[in-house]
Design a protein around this ligand. Sequence first.
Ligand code: BTN
Length: 274
Amino acid sequence: MNSQLKDSLAGTIFTKIICRGEVGSTNDLALSMLDGGEDGAIAVSADSQSSGRGRLGRSWYSPPSGNIYLSIMMRLDIPLRDASLFTLISGVAACTGIRKSTRCDVHIKWPNDIVFNEKKLGGILTETRVEGDLVTGIVTGIGINVNMLKAEFPEELQGIATSLLAETGESYDRREAAVAILKQFDVLFRDVFPQYRNNKIREIDLSGKEKLVYLWKSLDITLGKRISVKTPNETVNGMAVDIGPAGQLLVMSDSGEKISIHAGDVTVLNGYSA
Ligand code: BTN
């Protein structure tokens, strides 16, 4: 898998592609590479994870069933306020990469979920290393359930989580899907940060950033829905109306206030709660 992946990704921002059998967590492996001084952009993929991690301290069920467990490590220097651009880039890359390689009509659910037929297909976990108000390294982990059988999901995930195989009855080439995600990441990253050289980002390209937000909006199924968002400080009920320029969710609350939310867990009301 390693050399095939390497060939498919020649000419992209990725300087190393690491493929493993079972690991603890690809994010942990990528973070240890970052902390160990690795430079540039590195993709780490594994067949299974014994301690896969999700957002908010949850675990990520990661059996060896032909799923995607992928992390992208990047050493860079960017202001903390721009780190949310990576959530946007990873979400759009994961969603469009899956669409292009499998033709499955998957969507994004703000801020970090990939959904298919109203169930959770995958998720994204972005972790940063920060010095003062500068991000010096970023690891974006992407987990997508590709070829897992419906019966393989633990009971607590039945009805909430799904895989491409469980929804369509077809199995897919996990390698091809992972390559498609990484290629999309490369294109979107270079659109937004065209001057990325030697780990330094000099300027953000505003039209690249606008295009990214536009793409996100076209893929996000939260917009136009009644939602409940649990933020670190409060729970807001209302209508999801827009995505702001920094990737924040704009909600018209039931009390008539327009609220800008940067982090939280969304439940689509009268719908589903993937
Ligand atoms: C979530 O929806 O809670 C995020 C899930 C992220 C899972 C991926 S799998 C690859 C990478 N390694 C991990 O331990 N987690 C992420």
